[in-house]
Ligand binder design. Structure first.
Ligand SMILES: CC(C)(COP(=O)(O)OP(=O)(O)OC[C@H]1O[C@@H](n2cnc3c(N)ncnc32)[C@H](O)[C@@H]1OP(=O)(O)O)[C@@H](O)C(=O)NCCC(=O)NCCSC(=O)CCCCCCCCCCCCCCC(=O)O
Ligand SMILES: Cc1cc2nc3c(=O)[nH]c(=O)nc-3n(C[C@H](O)[C@H](O)[C@H](O)COP(=O)(O)OP(=O)(O)OC[C@H]3O[C@@H](n4cnc5c(N)ncnc54)[C@H](O)[C@@H]3O)c2cc1C
Length: 669
């Protein structure tokens, strides 16, 4: 836990003393409210103090033991949730701090939302209470061996049989085997299965069905159902706690009322009826989950930066030529220029995640009132932000590992496992490239409609300012001018719009729209990234413009916001220059200002990661310890490795001894 207990020494106390802001209030700004800080704190401590939730040995467990440990933790967490009568908010946080991927993530994260979003009221009344009490365990079975990104290409069939009023679920080919769903392999009793609906001889495309997979008596697969785990995954510990699974159906029958019928129905006679709603609502669960993944990006990146900042503050290498104490590696400008943009990104993703949650809630209310006008905006924002934040977070965690030097490569640093667990977020819930291409297509459509005078709305409203943004010139003359939110916003808007318009013009020159989209897809990706970065920067600026209590808190957030924006200017300078949004000199001034901002951030760095309020248990890193007492912890940790159980290793007699004896004989010749 945190420092301050009897006998504990805070090795980072000096760092904490230089903070120029009220850390307690920053915790509130980060968490969203005082209430959110208090609940999170209580749940984190509850988990950290419970021996069942220990995870320091996780990377050393063989897969079967790791999976059993996951089952044990999930069951224990549920027991605590029931015993303590935790609220939904508390229960979610408790699960977060248990920090071990498992079937419960998919049960609560996808199975329940799929039924809520696509089930009729009657279906919700039947299935949700069972799911809420864990009388059934569910997963989300969409992806197949042959198709994941292309949802319309799925092959599993659900053929309606009016004679028995049932659907027949079938996997006609090997490639139609469901492949990847988390929780499917060993834990789930039920799944929401996506399959092609066939009735009256006609294929109506992909629909969702609730299917029981395992017996509720003895957990064995039901007749006609083949089930298993798909095998070990990247990294030790990490994602191997999850039973990602394979599923095949051999003509398995389910009652008609297990088709999720909110959006479309099949009557007893086999007639297909589609409600008067956009068919994309079928993708609603994915939109919901993408939104939660953006919020999770800030959690993962803040963990990694917390570890790297604290360790960099205690780690010393080299010293001044004149002698004297060695330098904290955090004082090296190179360390700051690699680490501080990641710290700023963690805050940026936190606030854009908060905004995205608001947008999702707003869109949901509109959909309930049969207003579908914001569906495209919700799709573009969730898909694009999911792609940009997860890619940056995965890269950022790996950078933090390198920032911790050799010790970052040890499992006990927590960073290898964090990376291995996090990196599939770039793939699941939509491959990031596929999602960015979705955003780019919407941007191209918006550009093509500008000529007709159609005003873009929401996050694309800036595109309506086309006359100005296509020719404006950045007014920055000094490094300080880059501190103006208006100047930053304008160059990001101009860059995004000009890239989109250039790309649209190039597509129009192609023999066909389809060919143009295909040939220019690498450029389209960059167009989408520029647009999404604009959203993140804008939402950060808007956050800083709000009333934020606490001494110095607003100033620090403004600093972080400027770091995030100017770092992007520096990183993507090619875009800004080639679109003529700014000059090379202005680019150099941005970089100069960035250096100054890093210097201002330096004395606050440790306090800024303290504001995440993570326990040592949740961080799971000897390098990121709150007290900074890293070396004894690293030393102790090494001795816990099973390889150190005996001074002479297993295998010595068979493989080392004969070798050494042979060398001895040879040397005596
Ligand atoms: C969008 C697609 C790529 C393509 O869709 P289509 O084939 O329909 O074609 P179009 O591109 O032409 O689109 C038509 C039309 O629809 C619009 N559209 C598309 N999508 C949406 C949408 N979502 N909402 C609204 N509108 C949409 C599009 O703009 C077009 O409009 P116009 O006609 O006007 O132009 C689609 O195929 C697709 O989405 N593919 C991606 C597939 C995917 O995402 N699969 C996810 C599978 S589930 C999964 O991966 C689970 C991951 C688990 C995440 C859990 C997180 C919580 C817990 C975290 C920790 C534990 C993690 C555990 C994970 C585990 O192990 O499982
Ligand atoms: C850890 C993990 C957990 C998962 N959990 C679940 C789950 O619970 N339920 C579930 O249903 N699924 C799950 N999945 C599956 C996941 O949703 C898919 O893997 C994901 O949607 C990507 O699809 P794919 O594997 O078919 O990749 P592919 O589409 O085969 O991607 C391969 C490559 O092709 C590229 N590519 C594909 N299409 C295009 C295109 N149109 N244009 C340009 N490039 C393209 C991609 O960018 C990528 O580089 C999980 C996956 C993982 C890794």
């Amino acid at each position: 836990m945190e420092a301050g207990g009897a006998g504990e020494v805070d090795h980072l106390a000096g760092e904490r003393a230089t903070a120029q802001f009220d850390v307690d209030h920053m915790k509130v700004a980060w968490a969203g409210s005082r209430h959110a800080v208090d609940v999170a704190d209580r749940m984190a401590r509850l988990v950290a103090s419970d021996p069942v939730f220990r995870k320091d040995n996780r990377t050393m467990l063989p897969r079967k033991e790791l999976f059993k440990d996951t089952l044990r933790k999930a069951a224990h967490a549920w027991k605590r949730i029931v015993e303590l009568r935790l609220t939904e908010e508390e229960a979610n946080l408790l699960r977060l701090y248990v920090d071990q991927p498992g079937y419960v993530d998919l049960h609560w994260g996808m199975f329940v939302p799929a039924i809520k979003g696509q089930g009729t009221e009657e279906q919700q009344k039947k299935w949700l209470p069972l799911a809420y009490k864990f009388q059934i365990i569910g997963c989300y079975a969409q992806t197949e061996l042959g198709h994941g990104s292309n949802v319309q290409g799925l092959e599993t069939t659900a053929t309606f049989d009016p004679k028995t009023d049932e659907f027949v679920m079938h996997s006609p080919t090997l490639t139609s085997s469901k492949w990847w769903p988390g929780g499917l392999g060993k834990a789930s009793t039920h799944a929401v299965v996506y399959a092609r609906l066939i009735t009256e001889g006609k294929d109506y495309g992909i629909h969702g069905f609730i299917v029981q997979l395992r017996s509720l008596e003895d957990h064995s697969p039901l007749p006609g159902v083949t089930l298993g785990d798909i095998g070990g995954k990247f990294g030790s510990g990490a994602y191997n706690s999850m039973d990602n699974g394979v599923l095949r159906f051999d003509h398995v029958r389910i009652p008609r009322d297990q088709m999720l019928m909110r959006l479309s129905q099949v009557t007893k006679e086999g007639k297909y009826v589609h409600s008067n709603v956009p068919k994309q609502l079928l993708y609603g669960t994915m939109v919901f989950v993408r939104q939660t993944i953006v919020a999770d990006a800030s959690k993962a990146l803040s963990r990694a930066t917390c570890i790297a900042v604290r360790y960099s503050a205690m780690r010393k290498q080299f010293g001044p030529q004149t002698g004297g104490p060695e330098t904290q590696v955090l004082n090296y400008k190179t360390q700051q220029s690699r680490l501080f943009p990641l710290l700023a990104s963690a805050y940026a993703f936190r606030f854009v995640g908060e905004w995205l949650k608001w947008l999702y809630t707003d869109v949901t209310h509109k959909l309930e009132a049969k207003d579908f006008s914001t569906l495209q905006e919700a799709h573009a924002c969730t898909a694009g932000l999911k792609a940009v934040t997860t890619s940056a977070t995965a890269d950022g965690i790996e950078e933090c590992r390198k920032l911790c030097g050799g010790h970052g490569y040890l499992n006990s640093s927590g960073l290898p496992e964090l990376f291995a667990t996090y990196v599939p977020a770039c793939t699941y819930e939509g491959d990031n490239v596929v999602l960015l291409l979705q955003v780019a297509r919407i941007l191209m459509k918006t550009v093509s409609q500008l000529a007709s005078g159609k005003q873009p709305v929401g996050t694309m409203a800036y595109m309506g300012n086309v006359q100005y943004l296509m020719q404006c010139k950045c007014g920055v003359n000094t490094a300080e001018d880059w501190l103006s939110p208006a100047a930053i916003r304008e160059v990001f808007e101009a860059r995004a719009l000009r890239m989109a318009v250039n790309c649209a013009q190039n597509i129009n020159r192609a023999p066909s729209q389809e060919e143009g989209l295909y040939e220019l897809s690498p450029d389209l990706l960059e167009v989408a990234v520029a647009h999404i970065q604009l959203i993140i920067v804008t939402k950060f600026i808007e956050k800083v413009e709000q009333d934020i209590p606490g001494e110095g808190v607003k100033e620090q957030l403004r600093n972080l916001c400027n770091v995030y924006a100017l770092y992007l200017v520096h990183k993507h300078l090619g875009d800004f220059l080639s679109t003529g949004c700014m000059t090379a000199r202005q680019g150099a001034l941005a970089n100069q200002q960035l250096g100054k901002l890093y210097a201002q951030l330096r004395p606050n760095a440790v306090a800024l990661v303290d504001a995440f309020n993570y326990t040592d248990h949740y961080l799971g890193s000897v390098l990121g310890r709150y007290d900074g007492n890293v070396y004894p912890a690293l030393y102790d940790e090494a001795w816990k490795d099973p390889l150190n159980d005996s001074p002479v290793p297993d295998g010595y007699r068979e493989h080392l001894r004969p070798l050494l004896k042979q060398q001895l004989k040879l040397s005596r010749l």
